[in-house]
Design a protein around this ligand. Structure first.
Ligand code: ATP
Ligand code: MG
Length: 265
């Protein structure tokens, strides 16, 4: 099982929306898919449960983190949903070692049951975020193309405690950054300029779509994406022109992400 962590300290950048749609895509491609929601906002849990596609075990993720639950239903798509309790874990430092150990043990324990696991995280790094990066294989970071978000890339990578480089160096050498994926991209001169600036400053962090060095994965801002999330729908299956147009853009990016994770889709 390959584990991908959706991570960005910045809120509202599309971690849950892209993670949810990526999970549907990987499951539809025939991969046994596990989704773990570590965010107390439970946005991805709500969408996935509403979709009716995934089966939930009889516990939520804080119970898995605190009590070391490991039994997972025998199904091709399973979600361990988030819960309110997740937000209080940071204030209980005596539980932190167990949380990191239990997440690692859980994922190791179910790894023969699934091909891929997606972990959705909360914004504002804490023990949940750190535990996910300590045990995951890959990181995908959706970002928005505004100056504040671009400035935040430094923290994503170099934060002294939770930065990708630090975690890779000290705690999880196998962690690989799939890349930074601009999301909610708008066809405005301002955003185009920001994308160019990003490509110049961080070309190696973006996800190349081909060998030209000029084309990078991104997802445009489209209302059908927010609608799909609210309805628990998989964009590829929505029979509307707007959804077809959106999927035509998103699918190639998801294919590249799957390839980078060495998944066969
Ligand atoms: N490309 C897009 N176009 C339009 N709406 C989008 C797009 N991507 C995400 N959204 C919507 O934007 C909102 C924020 O996205 P989402 O919840 O995925 O962000 P997040 O990074 O998970 O936020 P948080 O950090 O709070 O968990 C949601 O309503 C989502 O459906
Ligand atoms: Mg989210």
């Amino acid at each position: 099982m390959k584990t991908l962590v959706l991570a960005n300290q910045k809120g509202g950048v599309g971690k849950s929306a892209l993670g949810t749609q990526l999970a549907y895509y990987l499951h539809a491609a025939g991969l046994r898919t596990l989704f773990v929601d570590l965010d107390h906002q439970q946005n991805s849990s709500k969408a996935i449960l509403k979709s009716g596609r995934a089966v939930a075990p009889g516990y939520s993720s804080s119970e898995m983190l605190l009590n070391g639950k490991r039994d997972v239903p025998n199904a091709n798509f399973v979600i361990v949903p988030g819960d309110d309790k997740l937000s209080s874990l940071e204030r209980e430092p005596s539980t932190h070692n167990a949380i990191a150990t239990n997440l690692h043990g859980f994922l190791a324990g179910v790894s023969s049951q699934f091909d891929v696991c997606l972990v959705d995280t909360n914004p504002n790094p804490d023990i949940r975020y750190a535990s996910a990066l300590i045990t995951g294989n890959y990181v995908l970071s959706p970002i928005q193309l505004n100056q504040e978000a671009i400035d935040g890339i430094g923290s994503l990578l170099k934060h002294p405690r939770y930065g990708y480089f630090k975690i890779k160096e000290v705690l999880n050498p196998q962690l690989e950054l799939i890349g930074i994926m601009p999301n909610m991209v708008e066809n405005t001169p301002f955003q185009k300029g920001n994308f160019q600036q990003l490509a110049q400053a961080f070309a190696k962090l973006l996800i190349p779509m081909d060998d030209t060095g000029k084309s990078f994965a991104f997802v445009a801002k489209r209302s059908v994406i927010a609608e799909a999330q609210a309805e628990g729908a998989y964009i590829a299956e929505i029979k509307k022109t707007a959804a077809r147009d959106a999927w035509r853009d998103i699918k190639p990016a998801f294919e590249v992400i799957a390839r980078r994770m060495k998944l066969e889709v």
